[in-house]
Design a protein around this ligand. Structure first.
Ligand code: AKG
Ligand code: FE2
Length: 323
């Protein structure tokens, strides 16, 4: 039994080049060498200082429509190689039903293996270019998440809950699939919070361990984050974009889903996480069975498109172990 993420220990700070004290000099040097454009230099400086930046994708109304009809078709077909989560670990669509699971908070995992438009976004050239600049090496899309409604996830840092083999070699993008109503539980984020110190779950342990830690650890980490944000006077902001606009964020930036003020409002968005290809040779995913046990699946297969790469769906890979 091997867990690819258990070696995830090379803390901070300075996990990526933009975290280093000389990030601005390095950006200027890249600009001078014509390795990046003025616009790229500006966005990277923003990322180093604030922990995020915004871009526009070329997602059209027709693309968004096709994406959403794929989601409807998925709820009809309920295949077994795509998983969905509502308040629990992900389970196979086969074991889900719309009445119970298709409501605020739910998410679909690795939809890029089912929907062509989702796959195109997963392998989007422009986003891959940004991820390559952020990670300073070849990126790989590691997973995708679709949200139909507000996630209502508490503020968190991805580097500690979406662990990568090398701590902090992670960044993500949140793409609006429709114009987002702030009352739908829009994405919340805390500019500059990526510079906060990390919570130490145990000596030298900065990553949340789903198998051995529990609600008490989550609460303590959340209190630590809240207190640090208050001390540093960091403010929480709302991202309520138009269709096609996207938010790229640092793995340590605090973010989450806002309160849903009207449960009928959708908040359709697609999130993709990326790591550096060199440090991330495979992708694992857990799926909850109806009997309460969990299967862990792995894939090394990557999808390719227009210079971009991303892991295929682990549920089409091999079963590694059951717990
Ligand atoms: O969309 C949201 O509300 C939060 C998504 C998120 O935290 C993530 O995918 O890392
Ligand atoms: Fe997150």
């Amino acid at each position: 039994m091997t867990n690819v993420y258990s070696a995830a220990m090379s803390p901070i700070p300075g996990a990526i080049w933009l975290d280093q004290p000389d990030a601005h000099e390095k950006i200027a040097a890249k600009r001078k060498a014509d390795a990046i454009t003025d616009a790229e230099a500006e966005q990277l400086a923003r990322f180093a200082d604030d922990g995020y930046f915004l871009i526009k994708t070329d997602l059209t109304a027709e693309d968004a429509q096709r994406f959403l009809s794929d989601v409807d078709r998925l709820w009809e077909e309920r295949p077994e190689n795509v998983s969905v989560a509502y308040d629990t670990a992900p389970k196979r669509f086969r074991d889900a039903n719309a009445e119970h699971d298709r409501k605020p908070k739910y998410r679909i995992h690795d939809l890029h293996s089912y929907s062509e438009v989702a796959r195109r976004l997963y392998l989007d050239k422009q986003i891959h270019r940004w991820m390559e600049l952020i990670l300073d090496e070849q990126p790989v899309a590691t997973q995708s998440l679709f949200f139909e409604y507000g996630s209502q996830q508490p503020l968190h840092r991805d580097s500690i809950v979406v662990p990568t083999p090398l701590f902090g070699h992670l960044a993500a993008v949140w793409i609006a699939l429709e114009d987002i109503d702030p009352r739908s539980g829009a994405l919340l984020y805390v500019p500059r919070s990526h510079k906060m110190p990390f919570y130490e779950f145990a000596p030298n342990q900065y990553v949340f361990d789903y198998e051995h830690m529990g609600a008490g650890d989550v609460e303590k980490a959340m209190r630590f984050h809240d207190e640090t944000m208050a001390t540093l006077k960091l403010e929480t902001k709302t991202f309520a974009p138009k269709r096609g606009e996207a938010f790229l964020w640092h793995s340590a930036l605090m973010h989450g889903g806002g309160a849903v003020e009207d449960e009928r409002l959708t908040r359709r968005s697609f999130v993709i996480h990326y790591s550096s290809r060199r440090t991330h040779p495979r992708r694992q995913a857990a799926v909850l069975r109806a009997d309460g046990t969990t299967e862990v699946w792995t894939t090394e297969e990557v999808l390719r498109g227009d210079g971009a790469i991303g892991f295929a769906n682990p549920l089409d890979g091999r079963l590694e172990y059951t717990r």
